[in-house]
Design a protein around this ligand. Structure first.
Ligand code: FES
Length: 302
């Protein structure tokens, strides 16, 4: 007999080698969610193995299939399929109706990003030079219409280069590379995307200039680093977002284009990935707004 400590319920229970974690918790009177009745089809019985993962038997075929589909990390297991050979500590991950709703919605998503995972990603921020003057000078309809054209154009380019737009705010775009598929060099993908965005601007400005007597120029900043990436659902909309200092850092780098009069600045960590593959104009050692210390930034040819 083995011990299972459920942190969620602050309860220790006993499990036999023949019983699954779910069978043991239910037998102990724990209201452990199991929407599909323990058939490895809903994942609502999922538990986080806090301690004793090596005491869990490997995933069986049914669990493996669902875990791969949902992108489960090793320590998230289906309680209805997992048997143990030693003591473990668990946390139940689906504890109320809202949890069930969120989990069941994940079945429409195949990217595996809904769960939240730590990943090395390439983060790209862009903004439009002189956008504020543009927005102030034109009627709201024109501003929104022009920005929609701009977003649409740039989204196509980012997707072509295997990135996704995570967020837009005013004239700013936050795009992530390396989220949906593993790429050999997502930093290079992001740089190529920025170059293609500049090329696309020529056509875009050919539309803009005759109507508004204005043109757009893009500034971009790229960082490579560890972030927590996941899909967030507000009910109204769902989007893939990255959280972490590496994201803020990319935004600060993009900001520095204003000071240096540059078009594309990248961090040291991003530069390491493309050294010898791109042409560098100049290197800057600079402080960044909201951050202590000095950082090395590279001005990359677009
Ligand atoms: S109860 Fe549905 S997958 Fe375990």
């Amino acid at each position: 007999m083995f011990k299972i400590y459920s942190q969620t319920d602050n309860k220790q229970i006993i499990a036999s080698p023949e019983s699954t974690i779910l069978e043991a918790t239910l037998k102990a009177g724990i209201n452990h969610t199991h929407v599909c009745g323990g058939n490895a089809r809903c994942s609502t019985c999922r538990v986080y193995i806090i301690d004793g993962l090596s005491n869990c038997l490997p995933r069986n075929a049914k669990e493996k299939q669902l875990a791969e589909r949902l992108g489960f990390p090793e320590n998230i297991r289906l309680a209805c399929q997992t048997k143990i050979r030693g003591n473990i500590t668990i946390r139940r991950l689906v504890v109320d109706d809202l949890d069930i709703k969120i989990i069941l919605k994940q079945f429409g998503d195949t990217s595996g990003t809904k769960l939240g995972q730590e990943k090395d990603l390439t983060i790209l921020f862009t903004d439009i030079e002189n956008y504020t003057q543009f927005a102030e000078a034109l009627p709201a309809y024109d501003v929104v219409h022009t920005l929609n054209r701009y977003y649409q154009t740039m989204n196509d380019i980012i997707v072509q280069h295997k990135g996704i737009i995570s967020d837009v705010a005013g004239d700013g775009i936050l795009a992530l590379f390396g989220v949906l598929e593993d790429r050999e060099n997502p930093v290079l993908d992001a740089i190529d995307a920025v170059r293609a965005m500049h090329t696309a601007l020529i056509r875009f400005n050919a539309y803009l200039h005759p109507i508004y007597n204005r043109s757009f120029e893009i500034r971009a900043g790229i960082n490579f680093g560890k972030v927590i990436v996941g899909s967030f659902d507000t009910g109204m909309m769902s989007k893939i977002s990255a959280i972490g200092d590496a994201v803020n850092f990319a935004s600060r780098i993009e900001d520095m284009n204003k000071d240096f009069g540059t078009r594309l600045l990248i961090s040291q960590s991003a530069f390491e990935k493309v050294k010898g593959l791109v042409k560098t104009h100049k290197m800057y050692h600079s402080g960044l707004k909201g951050k202590s210390g000095e950082y090395t930034l590279y001005d990359i040819e677009v």
